[in-house]
Design a protein around this ligand. Structure first.
Ligand code: GLC
Length: 616
């Protein structure tokens, strides 16, 4: 038997019993299971030599992605560099940003104007024409691998675009294709679903169903009306989507971001979120990946409260996703900016830090989506802070309506019924850079940059892998031009998805410019992170009480290394009343030797205090 075959069989046999068990539990269909197995083998055969080699290496070192040099950056290809080829030409800049993992936002075929930022996929095997071709993607992933850069892409598995081949045929009344979606010829069942299923886009796309007059049916559309939910009760849907997943993995993708994963199983009388069958499907996906392409990682997009997120890691014996977004921490960070009170954030970090160290979170200050105010309102309530009024406060604050706020941004999906709204804006605009630049206020600018840097320094200290949104490294501001594009005007998320200003990148080495000041200071932090072993994802990480409501303290330890991070979330100088008497410390930014007790921190300042001498 050839070695290649032996490797495959070993992987296949390792997972066969469990995979078959779960498949049968869901579908009870031998024929379809056999077909799945046959196709998995074909995709393995098709996988190129370089990828198979990297699979083998990663299998030997399954923790390869947990190192301290991992730093991500996400961007839309057209906004960043026009095309796939354009991105390839910008890899040097990506390296200069110390980034070794890029998330290419949705680039598969979609219909302009009905694309939801590319999250309505019309063909899973075709790249949007304006961005390039599948060959360009393969060239790009190969070029990235040459430079040790990992590539992440979205796998939008909850729905297809109404322009997908299946949807077109379903619309023509072909039963085989209608059964791949949720079709109903009257409103009885849709009405039952509406009773228990919440809305994702209450303003821009209210309701969970869309009426299709030409077929006389309702179709389930949890997101936009042109995004038709796939019916995973149909094994044909599961199998075909797994083939799409493997096809994309074979183009050289390292990280598959499973989009909107909690939504993929629907059940009457429930919220149709996070149902047990979702976990069965993700677990099967993990095993299929480990059999065919074990070098890839699954990143779950679970924008839910913490107790719903962690289960997507699965268990140590039966893992599901390799990585998940640290979404509650992100939202709580901005709550802390607005309140100058770190207590809720400390509590939230304590929850994350108490989880097994095998779990890897992706940390970020903002992404391409809005910031939903999913905070721990139970705890806030004990302080007399109610959910509705607090959300209103946060939305007012970040629009710059409060005296102490210099933030700029816009609301997203304001729900006229509940009064609820989410928020959109770039990191720099939310920190006050936009206002300061506009008003030519140098003091305000210095403070805004300081806050921006402090937030990144704090984000880097969190347990997990940090991800930047491209443009944030040079302080890109909100882009209001989306309002002039009829395809985007209704969706305020485009305010923080603006095109990269390459003319400003020229300033990155110039300390006289805002871009240069920010870029230089972030670079310094990135380099510290790369150098210091305490930043590996499985370091011990915990918070320390500072007895100062505006100052957060995070501590990390790995082997004998110890680092204390202090972060002042207020515009006033503060003192952190910590008392770490176990040694002498050095601030890694200024190089100053100091004691880690009673530390004075300037407005929006921070320290990275490394223990340099242990007390015996
Ligand atoms: C995810 C994406 C979001 C998109 C939605 C529907 O939440 O992040 O941008 O609108 O899925 O696919």
């Amino acid at each position: 038997m050839k070695n290649k075959e032996k490797i495959y069989l070993e992987r296949f046999n390792r997972h066969y019993d469990e995979l078959r068990w779960l498949y049968m539990e869901l579908y009870d269909n031998d024929g379809m299971f056999a077909e799945l197995c046959e196709n998995m083998r074909c995709f393995y055969e098709e996988r190129n030599r370089d990828l198979r080699k990297s699979d083998k290496e990663r299998e030997k070192n399954p923790d390869w992605y947990k190192s301290n040099d991992m730093l991500g950056m996400m961007f839309y290809i057209d906004n960043f560099a026009g095309t796939m080829k354009g991105v390839e030409a910008k890899l040097d800049y990506i390296e200069a940003c110390n980034v070794n993992y890029i998330h290419l936002m949705p680039f598969l075929d979609t219909v302009e104007g009905r694309s939801d930022g590319g999250y309505a996929v019309a063909d899973f095997r075709k790249v949007q024409k304006k961005l390039g071709t599948m060959e360009d993607l393969e060239d790009l992933t190969a070029a990235c691998h040459q430079k040790n850069i990992n590539v992440c892409m979205d796998f939008v598995m909850n729905h297809t675009s109404e322009d997908h081949e299946w949807a077109k045929r379903a619309r023509q009344g072909e039963g085989e294709y209608m059964s791949r979606y949720f079709f109903y010829d009257n409103e009885a069942i849709p009405a039952q679903y509406e009773r228990t299923v919440p809305q994702v886009f209450p303003t821009t796309a209210p309701g969970n169903f869309t009426w299709l007059p030409e077929v006389g049916h309702f179709v389930m559309t949890t997101f936009y009306p042109y995004q038709w939910d796939l019916n995973y009760r149909n094994p044909r849907v599961f199998n075909e989507m797994m083939y799409n997943f493997l096809y994309l993995a074979n183009r050289g993708i390292d990280i598959i971001r499973i989009d909107a994963v909690p939504y993929i199983w629907k059940e009457l009388g429930t919220q149709s979120r996070n149902l047990p069958q979702v976990h069965t499907i993700v677990r099967m996906m993990r095993m299929i990946g480990e059999i065919v392409c074990p070098g890839i990682l699954l990143l779950g997009e679970v924008v839910m409260e913490p107790e719903k997120v962690a289960p997507y890691f699965g268990t140590i014996e039966k893992p599901e996703c390799h990585m998940l977004y640290n979404v509650t921490t992100m939202a709580t960070t901005w709550h802390t900016v607005a309140t100058r009170d770190v207590r809720l954030l400390k509590r939230q970090l304590d929850i994350v830090n108490s989880l097994p160290k095998e779990y890897v979170f992706l940390n970020y200050l903002r992404c391409h989506d809005d910031i939903g105010w999913g905070l721990d309102y139970g705890t806030l309530m004990t302080e007399g802070i109610g959910e509705v009024s607090h959300k209103k406060y946060l939305n007012d604050y970040f629009r710059g309506y409060c005296g102490s706020s210099n933030s700029r941004g816009e609301l997203y999906n304001e729900d006229p019924v509940t009064g609820d709204a989410r928020f959109c804006g770039t990191t720099a605009s939310m920190c006050g850079v936009e206002r300061a630049v506009y008003e030519k206020n140098e003091a305000m600018l210095a403070s805004a940059i300081q806050m921006d840097v402090m937030l990144h320094a704090y984000m880097f200290m969190q347990s997990g892998i940090p991800v930047l949104y491209s443009g944030d490294e040079i302080g890109q501001l909100n882009d209001y031009s989306y309002k002039e594009d009829p395809n985007k005007a209704a969706d305020s998320r485009y305010i923080h998805r603006g095109a990269m200003h390459w003319e400003l990148v020229k300033n990155i080495a110039d300390q006289e410019t805002m871009e240069g000041r920010l870029f230089g200071r972030l670079k310094e932090l990135e380099e510290i992170r790369k150098k210091e072993n305490v930043f590996v994802t499985d370091a011990d990480t915990w918070t320390i009480e500072t007895w100062e409501p505006s100052v957060l303290c995070i501590c990390r330890c790995k082997d004998s290394d110890k680092l204390i991070g202090l972060f002042n979330f207020s515009e006033y100088n503060k003192t952190a009343w910590i008392n770490e008497t176990d040694g002498e410390y050095e601030d890694l930014i200024s190089g100053r030797r100091m004691r880690a007790s009673g530390v004075n921190i300037p407005a929006y300042g921070f320290y990275y205090l490394k223990r340099v001498k242990e007390m015996i």
